[in-house]
Design a protein around this ligand. Sequence first.
Ligand code: ADP
Ligand code: MG
Length: 146
Amino acid sequence: MNINIFTNNADETRKVGYDIASKMTGGEVICLYGDLGAGKTVFSGGFINYFLPEKRVVSPTFIIVRHYSVKKDAVTNIYHIDLYRMNSPLEIEGIGLSEFMNKPENIVIIEWAERLFDKKPKVRTDLSFEIIDENKRRILHNEYNK
Ligand code: ADP
Ligand code: MG
């Protein structure tokens, strides 16, 4: 699977996040790639708002991991992670990602997933964000099942 999605404003990107979230059943890892300002946090906001409609989602850049308690079917935790400030594999190891990942009650959504290098889980959703112009973005969606 390899799908290109084009959005023309932030709300459309938010909606893409919301729609993808609506298909989650728990245990998923969502990896977000792309430059600063490409729309990863906007997407994450839409994604998390599927579970917590009123929540204002802010970037976890400075705290690295933000936890949301949710209750939707089997899902009870969302971990929103931003690796932007992580400079070495050792630092990333220190976050303890493997403790959150692949638990059926958790969903993990990771900005700057480029920084995971070979630590990316085999089963994951990849979304690569590309800035086309001021308001237009291309989002490449890939599912890896094994
Ligand atoms: P990132 O987390 O990738 O660094 P953000 O989501 O924080 O980026 O910021 C994206 C910025 O681009 C926001 O200011 C948003 O309003 C703006 N923007 C303009 N057009 C779009 C679009 N089509 N999709 C997402 N964001 C957009
Ligand atoms: Mg961001």
